[in-house]
Design a protein around this ligand. Structure first.
Ligand code: TXA
Ligand code: MG
Length: 315
């Protein structure tokens, strides 16, 4: 692959015009969302989408999320439903992705869905993401803007460190406020399913639907769901109540020996926002990383999900 001169675009009209033009020409632009930075391409352009997989080193069987400026646009691509309407009205724009049956004849490239009969959609809340989607005026396929299997990017420097030379541009919008990826809900049959915990607490989704979310189902195995993912270079040990010799401790709450603390006050929203940036910072490639216990409730589910994958044995 030839090295590209990756542009750093400012968060202003000029930067947005440039970013939209690059997407229109089949190029790749990393842009901020409220969750993590996405690596965007025109979802209708198979060649552009193929370049996402190449730039990330992502397996082709792992489908992508399509980003839209407005919820109404979803009906052009998927079979809409009452449950989808309930969740979209309540939570879009925001950190929620809905997987719905793909409409036959939809203009979305089959590479986006990895040939599945379903499509993942989301309307992000970040003002720059929305401005870019409006200017571009079409569906944008965007996985997290990191090399496949590595820690997700929550600022423009993380994106540059992983993908410089492989993509046309990075739209710099500063740090991402939520800090973990969207919650994914599958609505492809009668049972709503939690496919990935994320930046919207599943308790809130269950309250809006008035029923519990199933947590297992006939869904594809996606690398976001593979055991080892979001991995720092150094090994990771979870539920650490103290530091062993040579370890660095990523703390939560009152963790006296912590080198970095996700939230000294024990706030899960703050911890989610800090998670990936602190994993990037604490990882020197060699010193083992210990992590304090995190409660398995609200955003704690998404944090623990990412930490378990970070700690899983690598192949
Ligand atoms: O917050 C987010 O969701 C970020 C920002 C950029 O929007 N995006 C993101 O994309 O996390 P990615 O590619 O890293 O994760 C997308 C996940 C993958 O686990 C993929 O397998 C799953 O969504 N997915 C996509 N389409 C699907 C489908 N049709 N059925 C089931 N899972 C799907
Ligand atoms: Mg990802």
């Amino acid at each position: 692959m030839t090295e590209l001169a990756t542009l750093r675009l400012d968060a202003d009209d000029r930067g947005l015009d440039r970013a939209a033009a690059i997407l229109g020409a089949g190029g790749l632009v990393a842009f901020p969302t409220e969750t993590v930075y996405g690596l965007g391409a025109d979802a209708r352009n198979g060649r552009a989408v193929a370049r996402i997989f190449a730039a990330k080193g992502r397996p082709r069987f792992n489908p992508l999320i399509v980003h839209l400026a407005e919820a109404q646009a979803a009906r052009a691509f998927v079979a809409w439903s009452d449950k989808a309407e309930t969740l979209a009205t309540r939570f879009w724009p925001g950190p929620l992705t809905l997987v719905l049956p793909l409409l036959p004849g939809s203009p979305i490239s089959p590479l986006v869905t990895a040939d599945l009969p379903s499509l993942a959609l989301r309307v992000p809340a970040h003002p720059l993401a929305r401005a870019l989607l409006r200017r571009f005026g079409g569906p944008v396929a965007a996985p997290s803007a990191n090399p496949s299997g590595r820690i997700s990017p929550t600022n423009a420097d993380h994106v540059a460190a992983g993908l410089s030379g492989r993509i046309e541009a990075i739209l710099d919008g500063g740090p991402c406020p939520v800090g973990v990826e969207s919650t994914i809900v599958g609505l492809t049959d009668d049972i709503p399913r939690l496919l990935r915990p994320g930046g919207l607490a599943s308790e809130e989704i269950e309250a809006a639907l008035g029923c519990p979310l199933a947590t297992s189902g006939p869904e594809v195995t996606a690398p976001g769901q593979l055991a080892s993912h979001y991995a720092p270079t150094a090994p990771v040990r979870l539920n650490a109540t103290g530091k062993r010799p040579g370890e660095r401790l990523l703390g939560f709450g009152a963790a006296a020996e912590a080198d970095l603390n996700l939230s000294p006050g024990g706030d899960l929203t703050e911890a989610a926002a800090n998670l990936f940036a602190m994993l990037h910072r604490i990882d020197d490639g060699t010193a083992p990383i210990a992590v304090s216990p995190i409660p398995e409730t609200g955003l704690g589910r998404a944090i623990n999900d990412r930490l378990r994958r970070a700690a899983a044995p690598r192949d």
